[in-house]
Design a protein around this ligand. Structure first.
Ligand code: ADP
Length: 483
């Protein structure tokens, strides 16, 4: 077993009602860089998921009744503890997920920023008064927490995807149960340890770790005491979970797949566009739902852009995320590597050109070389599916209208990016792109102050910003009569 120096934060079982759980069976957590065993974690299933929901339900009334300032104080403490342990949490995250340590530190700070943001927002959960239609009435609108929130999160941001859901839920006065991806349970459990240290009461924040996602998911989407379900993951699984939630008419937030276009116009600053693309495409080895997936470059600058990109990509350093200078870590597992290989092969056999990379890297079996493909077309699978690997697939277009049509030609609508210095074009594109988030001359768009979320089959609901509390509260209208 690989020695883990951040072992003070290692927990090896679910956290339910303020207590660490044991079990007869366990599952393995491995380092995707080396396939070394990191930990054996006690396996939870449907029964434990139910216990967690009941604990959250039991804790709800007390937590919701706390003054907002008290919830905010505990959340601020949680935020501070996360930041105090940023280095250890980042190391743990890199060990189980693979991303370079600098990115892991960034993720811890990013996740913590949601806890801080929503601690502040908790105090501004304002209602409304509305002029009544008659003199003897008053209309008052209050926002109340929905109740128990259940969530399922993916492995690509093992800390932040939990932090940004839990922070909004707890700030609103909801209690929370999360099932993290089985590949990355340790970051989730470390967050629970710090929530406990911060004094967040038992039952308010629960983590259920196990390998039978379907069984746990059944409980989290169908249990009568769950009021709202929040999911980040693939569109296919999300659709299934929406159906399960429909039976109980549960509130749902879905942050699903994307197929982000990254458009470079002939009036763009090409060097800035290359830098933006590096950040958007190669972060987390291409394994984010907002990664540039279809790079659309105007024909007149396509060669110049590809040349500049190739120079920049050649300099990316592939290697174990714990090595200080590594920029591209491993993919999460062998299946992820196989998917990238398949998509690339299909593209090449359909006429794409390999400019750079294109192989499994010598750093290890799950490391893929940063790759650039040109002559890609919209009909290729690589332009239709999320690549989730470090492969930049470049298509060309002629006119602005072509670019808009190509960009919108997808069932997804999460993030889009474009580079242009023409102010008219900037506004036309901002209007025409059918995506929930648009990066304009910027490749990194996500932060706690802004609403993160998609349209079309990328889902619904928003995380972060002052809008982020809306999904966790119900409006209650009080009609005062007889005045
Ligand atoms: P990814 O490609 O990121 O693994 P998934 O949608 O498969 O996307 O996984 C996201 C999360 O959904 C993970 O926590 C996973 O365990 C969980 N999951 C996968 N299948 C199901 C299912 N049928 N029911 C509930 N949760 C699921």
């Amino acid at each position: 077993m690989q020695q883990i120096s951040c072992s003070a934060l290692i927990r090896q079982g679910s956290f339910i009602n303020g207590a660490w759980q044991h079990a007869e069976t366990s599952f393995k957590v491995v380092n995707p860089a080396s396939q070394q065993l990191l930990a054996q974690v006690a396996t939870a299933g449907a029964a434990e998921a139910e216990q967690a929901v009941l604990a959250a339900d039991h804790a709800f009334a007390g937590w919701a009744a706390q003054p907002a300032a008290k919830r905010a104080e505990l959340m601020q403490r949680w935020y501070q503890l996360v930041m105090q342990h940023q280095d250890d949490l980042a190391r743990l995250l890199t060990l189980e997920q693979g991303k370079p340590l600098a990115e892991a530190k960034g993720e811890i700070a990013y996740g913590a920023s949601y806890i801080q943001w929503f601690a502040e927002e908790a105090k501004r959960l304002y209602g409304d008064t509305i002029p009544a239609p008659s003199a003897d009435k008053r209309i008052i609108v209050q926002r109340q927490p929905v109740g128990v929130v259940a969530a399922i999160t993916p492995w690509n941001f093992p800390n932040a995807m939990i932090a940004r859901k839990a922070a909004a839920a707890l700030a609103a006065g909801c209690t929370f149960v999360v099932k993290p991806a089985h590949q990355t349970p340790l970051s989730a459990l470390a967050l629970a340890e710090l929530a406990d240290q911060a004094g967040i009461p038992a039952g308010v924040f629960n983590v259920v770790v196990g390998t039978d996602a379907k069984a746990i998911g059944e409980v989290l989407t169908r249990h009568a005491r769950v009021a709202k379900f929040s999911f980040t993951g693939s569109t296919a699984v999300g659709k299934q979970l929406i159906k399960q939630c429909a039976d109980g008419v549960k509130r749902v937030t879905m942050e699903l797949g994307g197929n982000a276009p990254f458009i470079v116009f002939d009036d763009a600053d090409l060097d800035a566009a290359v830098q933006g693309l590096l950040a958007s495409k190669f972060r987390n080895a291409g394994q984010t739902c907002v990664c540039a997936n279809r790079i659309l470059v105007q024909r007149s600058v396509a060669q110049a852009f590809a040349d500049k990109l190739a120079i920049a990509v050649t300099q990316l350093k592939v290697g174990d995320g714990l090595a200080g200078d590594s920029q591209i870590g491993p993919l999460i597992d062998a299946n992820a590597v196989e998917k990238v290989v398949q998509l690339q092969q299909q593209a090449l056999s359909a006429g794409a050109t390999l400019l750079l990379g294109g192989k499994i890297d010598q750093a290890g079996t799950q490391f893929y070389q940063p790759t650039v493909l040109t002559d890609v077309s919209a009909a290729m699978e690589i332009a239709k599916q999320e690549i989730f690997g470090p492969v930049a697939a470049i298509q060309t277009f002629d006119s602005e209208q072509d670019a808009i049509a190509l960009a919108n030609n997808t069932e997804y609508g999460l993030a889009a990016y474009f580079y242009s210095r023409d102010i008219g074009r900037v506004f036309r594109l901002a209007q025409a792109l059918q995506f929930g988030m648009v990066g304009i001359n910027d490749g990194i768009i996500s932060n706690a102050a802004a609403p993160f979320g998609g349209v079309k089959q990328s889902g619904y609901g928003r995380e972060g910003s002052h809008y982020g509390l809306d999904d966790y509260t119900d409006l209650k209208y009080l009609c005062l009569g007889g005045l």
